[in-house]
Design a protein around this ligand. Sequence first.
Ligand SMILES: C[S@@+](CC[C@H](N)C(=O)[O-])C[C@H]1O[C@@H](n2cnc3c(N)ncnc32)[C@H](O)[C@@H]1O
Ligand code: SF4
Length: 431
Amino acid sequence: MAPTLPDGVAWPADGILDPAKVGRTSRNLSLYIHVPFCTVRCGYCDFNTYTVGFGPGASPESYHQSVFREIDLAAAVLAPYQHQPVQSIFVGGGTPTLLASKHLGQIVEYAAQRFELADNCEITTEANPDSVDQKALETLAAAGFTRISFGMQSAVPHVLRTLDRTHDPKRINRVVKWAKQAGLATSLDLIYGTPGESLADWEVSLTAALAAETSHISTYALVIEEGTKMWKDVQRGKLPLPDPDDEAAKYELADTLLTKAGFAWYEISNWARLVPGEQAGTTALQHASVHNLAYWRDDDWWGIGPGAHSHLGNLRWWNRKHPRAWAQALTGNGVDGFDGSHKGGGLASPAQAGEELLPADRALERFLLQIRTADGLAVSEVDPQLRGRIPALIGQDLLSMEGNPNQGEAVITLTLAGRLLADYVTRELTV
Ligand SMILES: C[S@@+](CC[C@H](N)C(=O)[O-])C[C@H]1O[C@@H](n2cnc3c(N)ncnc32)[C@H](O)[C@@H]1O
Ligand code: SF4
C-alpha cells in the first residue's frame, strides 16, 4: 500500500509547460530522484515503495534507464527557465541503495551531463543501514555523492522490532565511520513515539546517534499512516496509538540532548552540528541540508520517479504512482524501448496530473513551510487582519519576536513550546 495521489487536472503528454501558467520561478533548482524498492515493507511506512520489481525500466536492475529518460525530459522542459546551476540532488526512497552503487553513480553522472551542477552541489542518498557496506560507500563517494542519510530510527532492539527494522543497532557506528572515511557527510533519521518505547529507550537512541558522531540528525514523531500494517494493528487494539504528551516529552528531550551536544535545530524535525563560529537560530548552517532547505524556502524542484512531485513557479504536478505505469509512460507508451536508443517517440511525460496554485495558496504554502524554520517569518507575511493575534501567542510563550513590527522589519520564530504546537500557531495566523 502507498498513499493515493491528489486528483488535479490532466497534464501535457509531452510535459511542456505554458510559461504564462508557470509564472515567476525561483532562481534555485533541485532534483529529487525516487527509488521505489525495499527488501522489507516496514509496518509503519506508507511511502511509494515495493518489495518486487516490475520488469524493464521498473526493476532495481534497469531502473536507472527510466531515470535517465526523466532526466532528459526535465532538462528539455526546464531549459527555457533561468535557473542557477542545480544546488542539490536527493536520491530518496524506498531504499536507493538497493540499486547497484554503479547505477546510482551513473544517475549522478547523467544528471551532470544534462544539467549544470553547482560546484558545491549537495548530492545525497538515503540508505538503510544494512543495505550498504564500506565498498559501496566508497563507490558512492567516488561517483560524486557528498552526503548520506541513514534510516537509524532507534538503537533499542524491541523498538526496532516493533518498527520491523532488520538492522543490528551496532551497525550504525560502523556505517557512519565508513561513510565519513569515504568523505561523505552523514545524517541519521530517528523515530520517536513507537508503541512500547519508554523515555529511557528514546534517550538510549539519541545518545547512540550522538555517539556515532554524525553531523546531522532528523527526529520524526511516528505517524500511524492509514492502511499500513501498524495502522491495522492499532485498529485491532494490538498496539496503542502514540500519546501526544509522551511525544512532547520526547521532543523536549531530543532538543535538550542535541543542543547540549553542540547541535542546533534549524527546522522543527532537523538538527545540524554547529561548527566553530556558528550561532543557533538560523538555517544558514554548514551542516544543514541544502535539499531540505530548498523545500522550505519554496525553491523549484523536479521529482523524478513514480509518484514523485515537482514544483515550478505556480505549478505542481505528480507522476504516475506505479513503477510500471511510470516507466511505460516515459517510453511514449512503447514508442521507445529500454535498449538505450530513442526511436523518435519525442518527449513523453510520466505525469499523472497537476495543479496551478493561486497567489493566496502560494502565500499560505510559504507560510506553512517558513514558520517551521529557525529563520522564522517576517511579520509582514502575516495577513494584516491576523497580526493582532501575535502578542497573545508571544504571551503564551509559543512565539518570539525580533525587531519592531511598526517599522515592518520584525520576524517571528517558534519557541520550543511553539515547535510542539506548530499546527496551532499556524492556524491562529492563517485562518
Ligand atoms: C522514506 S524513509 C527512507 C529511508 C530508508 N528507506 C530507511 O527507512 O532506512 C525516510 C524516513 O522517513 C521516516 N518515516 C517513514 N515513515 C514514517 C512514519 N510513518 N512516521 C514517522 N517517520 C517516518 C523514517 O525516519 C525514514 O528514515
Ligand atoms: S525501508 Fe524505509 S522506505 Fe522502505 S518500507 Fe522501511 S521506512 Fe519505508
